[in-house]
Design a protein around this ligand. Structure first.
Ligand code: NAD
Ligand code: UPG
Length: 328
């Protein structure tokens, strides 16, 4: 299949793009490189350097490459930032998604996969979070994803577009020793903890230690980026049987303190930590139930142990302390 991957120079998108290339699909990556890296795009993928704010560019890309499916990763991605700059999310993220969907409909692309999020559930009514838990987004970021999910629902009704909304919990780990997470600035827990291990930062600040959780720090479900990539391949192949929505996580939660402790063990470094204020928009506990995708598509995560997730990320950060800088 020919697949357009927006955000395919970014952390998750580049991992999925590579998986698609390896399984024989033709991949076109569209990315503005605001967070992504040219060197992260697989050699065998076509690359369009452009922005989803530019509807004309999207139309030209679809006309030239005639993809049969779109995977939409490109986005502002941060819960905390969205609490401070809501219009980046409620305006720009939504508008970029709408631009892409309008072009998809005009160019008869009828398969669409959306990167959605656990933040859709805010502070959820029950744990683990299955697909029937009430959606009540915890931030403008989560709300922007829900608006895009609902738009896809209506495009399925009105335009016969088949979609999958994949609600990732916390993506983590590296796809390999030469392919990993590299954001500037970095805000995610695991890469920051590993930057402390590398001596690039003095300490990790724990955002809140008075949550209603076993050790007072937030609990998250960390899911390996390679397992997420596998879910995309399965979802793409299932789209001809209809639209679907899945929660993607390992079903196991780890607190911020447990993540730091595991990183100390994996890296052999001390990793100083200090308690700080909670970050607005952070729910105390997010743990997925992914029974639905396991049962319907046979998704079976292969890297679910936190040691493996952090170990693979450590290998990437250790070998490439400056990320993609210097990588071709
Ligand atoms: N990382 C996680 O834990 C997580 C969890 C849930 C959902 N998600 C979602 O998954 C997707 C990928 O996340 P990621 O962690 O790989 O982020 P990322 O920042 O590494 O990748 C996003 C990519 O999109 C590009 N981009 C951003 N705005 C663009 C625009 N207007 N036009 C063209 N390109 C643009 C960036 O340059 C970047 O390469 C996002 O939609 C994010 O919201 C991520
Ligand atoms: O310096 C830090 C950074 C993070 N945290 C905590 O670590 C946990 C994980 O935070 P982070 O790695 O920033 O991820 P999240 O904010 O949970 O968000 C990620 O996971 C969401 C799904 O759960 C996705 O939607 C987002 O795109 C993705 O950034 C949270 O409890 C944070 O409060 C700290 O204590 N200190």
């Amino acid at each position: 299949m020919r697949v357009l991957v927006t955000g395919g120079a970014g952390y998750i998108g580049s991992t999925v793009a590579r998986q698609l290339v390896e399984t024989g699909d033709d991949v076109i990556v569209l990315d503005n490189l605001s967070q992504g890296h040219r060197a992260a795009v697989p050699d065998d993928a076509a690359f369009v350097h452009g922005d989803l704010n530019d509807r004309g560019l999207i139309d030209r890309t679809l006309a030239e490459h005639r993809p049969e499916a779109i995977m939409h990763f490109a986005s502002h991605t941060l819960v905390g930032e969205s609490m401070e700059e809501p219009f980046l999310y409620l305006d720009e993220n939504v508008r970029c998604g709408m631009n892409l969907m309008k072009s998809a409909v005009e160019h008869d692309v009828d398969r669409f996969i959306l990167s959605s999020t656990a933040n859709l559930f805010g502070t959820p009514e029950r744990i683990p979070i299955d697909e029937d838990v009430t959606v009540d987004p915890g931030s403008p970021y989560g709300e922007s994803k829900f608006i895009l999910e609902r738009t896809l629902h209506w495009l399925d009704e009105t335009e016969d577009l088949s979609y999958a909304a994949l609600r990732y919990f916390n993506a983590a780990g590296a796809a390999g020793p030469n392919q990993g997470e590299d954001h500037a600035p970095e805000t995610h827990l695991i890469p920051i903890v590993l930057e402390v291990a590398l001596g690039q930062r003095d300490k990790i600040v724990i955002f809140g230690d008075d949550y209603d959780t076993p050790d007072g720090t937030c609990v998250r479900d960390y899911v390996h980026v390679l397992d997420l990539a596998q879910a995309h391949v399965l979802a793409l192949n299932a789209l001809d049987d209809g639209s679907r929505v899945y929660n993607l996580g390992n079903g196991k939660g780890y607190s911020v303190r447990e993540v730091i402790e595991t990183a100390r063990r994996v890296t052999g470094h001390e990793i100083p930590a200090e308690e700080g204020a909670p970050r607005p928009g952070d729910p105390p506990v997010l743990i997925a139930s992914s029974d639905k995708i396991r049962e319907e598509l046979g998704w079976a995560p292969e890297h679910s142990a936190l040691d493996d997730i952090i170990g693979s990320a450590w290998e990437w950060h250790r070998r490439h302390p400056n990320g993609y800088d210097g990588l071709q």
